[in-house]
Design a protein around this ligand. Structure first.
Ligand code: SAM
Ligand code: DTB
Ligand code: SF4
Length: 344
């Protein structure tokens, strides 16, 4: 059954920041580094002030993530357990069936997710039956009344338009790290390839979800470099995931030290100050963080988490633990948009 509860608007309303918080696109690395290196309390105070001025309500969006095509990826991303060339124990699987994906989306919605993100271990999207199935998945997720997001690797201008026509709200495509560090992490594609896909997504009218990972041996300058690239685009990405590296055995980054809480908080706070109206997503790495660390990230401006026991191939905190944490902190989940068509 499809019930229309409004005018078919999709996605959550974006806040309009007050005049004293301009959306700037002219940041320099030095300026951003000066923010990043502020005494932690000053940085968090500034980030929380921006956050409160823009996001009036104390809410966090619950998003669900599903790996619709796992493993066997031809790319060589040093952090990724799904790269075929890394011996991580992740087996290559086929693209999931549309109905299996929609069953999982419905379960996630019923558990409180308002956004469903589908990830595929592809270098790029190839036209044909697989892409057609992904378009069906997007349509099905929209019919369930959720925001639909996917991350499929590089896409062309035409593919972006087809995803938009299917109803896709957002496309996730991370810059991952600063341009000067990129070659140390990935050799099978360039930063320009990444930026080109982002421009196709933006020009097709799909929201951009783009952020990165910290803890891959980058310097603070390189973290700030990535934030500057994100913030200085013609439009801020509507959504900025900040991931702490999950160091997976068998990847070249398996021996990296766990990211410290203060670093995660600094990264999130700086992203919040630079991109006041963007959703800042506390993404991978929560399982390795204490409850207090996660709350500090929210205080610093993170307003979204992935919930459910699994990210793509690695574990995430348990559902009950997440719900208990939000409850203890009095943080409310962002409700589903009231005016999207909903299939029961
Ligand atoms: N293949 C597509 C791509 O690379 O854009 C989509 C899937 S890829 C797994 C999505 C994102 O997951 C990556 O860009 C990266 O930021 C994040 N990711 C992958 N492995 C990770 C890890 N071990 N720790 C933290 N983030 C990770
Ligand atoms: C993002 O920035 N983080 C998510 C989502 N976008 C697709 C993925 C995290 C993956 C962590 C490693 C894994 O579980 O395989
Ligand atoms: Fe492939 Fe994406 Fe993993 Fe890179 S991050 S190896 S492109 S799945």
């Amino acid at each position: 059954m499809t019930t229309f509860t409004g005018h078919g608007h999709t996605g959550h309303e974006r806040p309009t920041p007050p005049a004293e918080i301009p959306l700037r696109h002219d940041w320099s690395i030095a300026e951003v580094k000066a923010l990043y290196e502020l005494p932690l309390m000053d940085l968090v105070y500034r980030a929380q002030s921006v956050h409160r001025a823009v996001w009036k309500e104390n809410k966090v969006q619950l998003c669900s993530l599903l790996s619709i095509k796992t493993g066997g990826c031809p790319e060589d991303c040093a952090y990724c357990p799904q790269a075929a060339r890394h011996d991580t124990g992740v087996k290559a699987e086929k693209l999931m069936q549309v109905n299996e994906v929609l069953t999982s989306a419905k379960e996630a919605r019923d558990a409180g997710a308002t956004r469903f993100c589908m990830g595929a271990a592809w270098r790029e999207v190839k036209d044909g039956p697989q892409f057609d199935s992904v378009l069906e998945m997007v349509k099905g997720v929209k019919a369930l009344g959720m925001e639909a997001c996917c991350t499929l690797g590089m896409i062309s201008e035409t593919q972006a338009k087809r995803l938009k026509a299917a109803g896709l709200d957002a496309y996730n495509h991370n810059l991952d790290t600063g341009e000067s560090h990129y070659g140390d992490i990935i050799s099978t594609r360039t930063y320009q390839d990444r930026l080109r896909t982002l421009s196709f997504v933006r020009d097709a009218g799909i929201e951009v979800c783009s952020g990165g990972i910290i803890g891959m041996g980058e310097t603070v300058d390189q973290r700030c470099e990535m934030l500057v690239t994100l913030a200085n685009q013609v439009k801020h990405p509507e959504s900025v995931p900040v991931n702490a590296l999950v160091a997976v055995e068998g990847t070249p980054l398996e021996k990296q030290k766990r990211v410290e809480t203060t670093e995660m908080v600094r990264m999130i706070a700086t992203a919040r100050i630079l991109m006041p109206a963007s959703m800042v997503r506390l993404s991978a790495g929560r399982l390795q963080m204490s409850e207090e660390a996660q709350l500090l990230c929210m205080l610093a401006g993170a307003n979204s988490i992935f919930f459910g026991d699994r990210l793509l191939t690695t574990s995430n905190p348990e559902f009950a633990a997440d719900m208990a944490l939000l409850e203890k902190a009095g943080v409310k989940p962002l409700e589903p948009s009231t005016d999207t068509p909903v299939q029961q």
